[in-house]
Write a protein that binds this ligand. Structure first.
Ligand SMILES: [Zn+2]
Length: 67
């Protein structure tokens, strides 16, 4: 995969994250202090975060060295 393609994937994931976060904010459960530790959407957000990090590492490794 090229850097551009990877970057596109990251953008998609960030968009997905925004959508999930929006939903998370509307849940009654998440209004509670530690609500998000029990909410399914938050688990998904963490998965998206992990994927994003992985892709960003790949992008970094593909970047040409800049002096
Ligand atoms: Zn939540």
């Amino acid at each position: 995969m090229s850097i551009d393609e990877l970057q596109e994937e990251v953008d998609k994931l960030l968009e997905e994250r925004d959508n999930l976060e929006e939903k998370c904010d509307t849940l009654d459960l998440c209004q509670e202090d530690d609500g998000c530790s029990r909410c399914d959407i938050y688990t998904k957000i963490e998965e998206v975060d992990a994927k994003t990090e992985e892709l960003e590492k790949k992008i970094e490794s593909l970047m040409p060295e800049v002096e």
